[in-house]
Design a protein around this ligand. Sequence first.
Ligand SMILES: [Zn+2]
Ligand SMILES: [Zn+2]
Length: 441
Amino acid sequence: MRLVSLRALSVALTAAWSCLAAESAVAATAAEPAQVAAAAQQVRDQVVAWRRDIHQHPELGQHEVRTAKLIADQLRKLGLQPRTGIAHTGVVAVLKGGKPGPRIAIRADMDALPVTEPAGLPFASQVKADYRGQPVGVMHACGHDAHVAILLGVATALAAQKEQLPGEVMFVFQPAEEGPPVPGAPFGAAMMLSEGVFKDFKPEAVFGLHVWAGLSVGEVGYRSGPMLASADEWSLTVRGKQTHGSRPWDGVDPITVGAQILLASQSLIARQVNIAATPVVLTAGQFNAGVRFNIIPDEAKLVGTLRTFDAAVREDVIARLRRTAEDYAHAAGASAELQVVNNAPATINDPALTRRVLPSLQRAAGEARVKESAMVTVAEDFSQFANTVPGFYFFVGSTAAGIDPAKAPINHSPQFLLDEGALEVGTKTMLQVALDYLHGG
Ligand SMILES: [Zn+2]
Ligand SMILES: [Zn+2]
């Protein structure tokens, strides 16, 4: 990959933008898509190089030290003054335009996953790390390498037209989107907010994107209102009374009670929740009990996830699950205790902001390639920012042409493979969204 010198890039971009300024004197509320595309194209090689570099050196949440340094170094080269070490390894910087205008924030997440990358790409990760006491491979299997590179590209293109730019843009590079290294510890977007990122600089809108295997490269997905689910981690402890496996009547069997509660929880979703109004998923991923074939243990433990799109429905399902667990346990002479930890609220795109931004997506990506997305049961802690100020989040297709996106390995799979064309589409669309918003479009 040829690297354009940052200085040459900056000269070229400044020339492109002064041309844009002359043209946009007539219709100042939207940036000319051809100019935006040209600006994205000019940073493309650099964005690809950043992405490959970060891909080869992935870091787990709250350990994004090298990534944060790469980001801060680039932001300084653009003349910005990044703040580092936020929520452990987060980086933010504000670009102040030469004209008055609105304040916005654009967020990219930085962390990789405990996934071992198969050999193949010349820049494949060979990084190993410790994750919660286990040796693991580390891979950018969710595509956050692309998000960082795209946001650096957007920052570079916007910095080049600083003087003509109305308003201010905060670039938010967020660590640990996938969760903290220690269960229950503060992390990610919520931690950045608690450390005050939106306190001195309160944006009137926040934007984020995710590269997504479920769409072809060139396509963009969005949804007004709930788009991604809220993610809760629940754990249920059933306490019985240990006894010999041949004489269950002498004790209380927590395994049978746990199994009854698990099946009843599925009936609860199917029979008690209006799933026609809003989807709910309740899954147990762990069921642990006992040490030996002929001993009924004292305790059984189930751990799982709850996905919802509506805060009131979430509360209701948790209350019903607790009641179901306690009543089944009570019926058998056991006890049950349910604990629920919320990892991320639902990601809800502000409807008014969505109406305002959709034309920008269509101008940048082409109207036919902007698709309304179904609700997706994965979660994203971008929602923490979007619960603080109006937010808009969209998908950028990353599956290569010729491959059915419905069958492509999804994000988090070791086979997740990003078509690098998504980098230019991501840069172009985010740049168009930001510029149109700042210009009042
Ligand atoms: Zn992920
Ligand atoms: Zn992700």
